[in-house]
Design a protein around this ligand. Structure first.
Ligand code: HAM
Length: 486
């Protein structure tokens, strides 16, 4: 029997010759860029479970949203609870914030996440049943600067990735007061011509008329262009907030298009909403979007805190990157590939392999025992920079020929020097790291080492400090209470 992925799913694998956007190193590159920018903006990672109780999304995402009415993967677990695979990250983040009482730790929280989301949509290019999002939620600040910071952070991620040809669409949905006045005016305008609207919009007229504004149906669009505009209904507070956001974006040189028809497909937004589209993606052109959703925390039973965030589809970001032929790092290649000939040399190679890796050198070794020519071909296909064949002669002489694969040139290295040799090669991959290392070696030698840890310890400490790889504090704030009664 042939097993295949269910429709709308895909695998992320080291190398997919047909669909390069499936390549895992590309995902690693984008995720690393996201993490690095989020860190600079002061956002910390949150990981919530992949499934939640269904009512969280019914309440959070909104009963009238397409996600809740049509797209959720909902099932009963063995304890007869209704469970839903998360279709989006925002309600789970707020649930975790409330449940873990994070507001008691600090007044403001800036959280980010990267992970899979599940929506039962009709699969097509750019639309999947399991897709991946990176997103951020800023909790506790109501200022226009917070909105601008979120948008600026997303634009920075895109520019660090090298993406161009993106459009930022911006709108304000106002606060509740202006929303209800607008709602009335919109219904008054649409109801007399309801029979000319598409079936979907006729249904929405009863459930969520605002969503009619972003209908893509030609017959709806003819009517919508004449419809009243939300921006004409903003009260003083909402108007000033929107002007504040635009002023901040202008001051950062971030271009945007005010799009009064942008309403977003989720029920929780108020005031600022935005979306970023790519000219390269066809029908599913939204790479990311978000906005302010100030009432949601309270609605979910938490403190009344203002909230602003966004999420982006990783698939669409990566597909845009490829379509725009943006240069991205190659998949990782081993620095050295070793071959041990004869029992003794094989044993020595095996321990050298371990020692090289302990020192941070990317090393591999042949475990197949196949013919030398075949193994060399394999090392070449892997993209190894150097190869090293160790046999009885090399052991006797305590020296080995190290062959650079690209030039075909070899040089003899003492076996005891091999680790040092490759460590330097590995470091030279990153010229800045090499420079910092040499600089620190000199500083530490000058100081003659400091107490506690010796020269190596100080060196390691300084290196971690500069290269940003300090150990993080993972201390916990108490275990959750167990309310399960299976
Ligand atoms: P969303 O617009 O529903 O917003 O999704 C965010 C992004 O996820 C979209 O712009 C798109 O790139 C990607 N996406 C959504 N569905 C799919 C799919 N089926 N296949 C591929 N990509 C998809 C939210 O989810 C909100 N939680 C964003 C937010 C956070 N608002 C405030 N905070």
């Amino acid at each position: 029997m042939e097993h295949r992925t269910a429709p709308g799913l895909f695998d992320i694998i080291p190398n997919d010759p047909k669909e390069s956007w499936h390549n895992s190193h590309l995902w690693n590159f984008v995720e690393a860029t996201v993490r690095s920018v989020m860190k600079n903006y002061g956002f910390q990672e949150i990981r919530t479970p992949i499934f939640e109780r269904t009512e969280l999304f019914e309440k959070g995402t909104g009963k009238e949203s397409d996600i809740v009415t049509k797209e959720m993967y909902t099932f009963k677990d063995k304890g007869n609870r209704s469970i839903t695979l998360r279709p989006e990250g925002t309600p789970p983040v707020l649930r975790a914030f409330i449940e873990r009482k994070l507001q008691s730790q600090a007044p403001i929280h800036k959280l980010f996440y990267i992970g899979p989301m599940f929506r039962y949509e009709r699969p097509q290019a750019g639309r999947y049943r399991q897709h991946h999002q990176f997103g951020a939620e800023a909790i506790g600040n109501a200022s226009p600067e917070q909105d601008a910071e979120i948008i600026d952070m997303l634009c920075t991620i895109f520019s660090k990735l090298g993406l161009t040809n993106l459009t930022l669409h911006l709108n304000s949905l106002g606060n509740e007061n202006c929303r209800s006045a607008f709602h009335e005016a919109l219904c008054r305008f649409l109801e007399p011509q309801a029979d000319k609207l598409s079936a979907d919009s006729q249904r929405r007229l009863k459930t969520n008329p605002l969503r009619i504004l972003d209908s893509k149906e030609e017959q709806d669009r003819k009517i919508i262009v004449q419809a009243p505009m939300i921006l004409d209904f903003l009260d003083k507070e909402s108007h000033e907030h929107f002007e504040g956001v635009k002023k901040r974006l202008d001051s950062l040189g971030i271009a945007y298009e005010v799009d009064p028809l942008l309403v977003r497909g989720l029920d929780y937004y108020n005031k600022t909403v935005f979306e970023i589209t790519s000219g390269e993606l066809g029908a599913q052109n939204s790479v990311g979007g978000g906005g302010r959703y100030d009432g949601l925390m309270k609605q979910l039973g938490g403190p009344d805190l203002p909230t602003m965030g966004f999420a982006c589809g990783l698939e669409r970001v990566i597909q845009t990157l490829i379509k725009q032929e943006v240069p991205y790092p190659e998949s990782p290649k081993p620095t050295v590939f070793m071959i041990g000939l004869g029992d003794k040399a094989y044993d020595r190679c095996f321990s050298l392999l371990h020692d090289l890796r302990q020192e941070g050198v990317s090393a591999q070794m042949d475990f197949t025992g196949k013919k030398l020519s075949k193994v060399m071909q394999y090392a070449h296909n892997l993209g190894a920079r150097y190869t090293m064949v160790i046999g009885d002669t090399e052991l006797e002489q305590e020296a080995v020929d190290v062959k650079e694969m690209e030039s075909g040139e070899s040089q003899k290295i003492q076996l005891e020097e091999v680790i040092r040799f490759f460590k330097r090669k590995e470091l030279r991959e990153e010229p800045l790291h090499e420079m910092i290392h040499v600089l620190m070696e000199n500083i530490v030698n000058l100081l003659g080492g400091l107490p506690g840890g010796g020269t190596e310890g100080v060196l390691q400490f300084l290196q971690n400090l500069v290269l940003g790889s300090q150990k993080r504090d993972y201390s916990q704030n108490g275990e959750p209470e167990d309310e399960d009664n299976d």
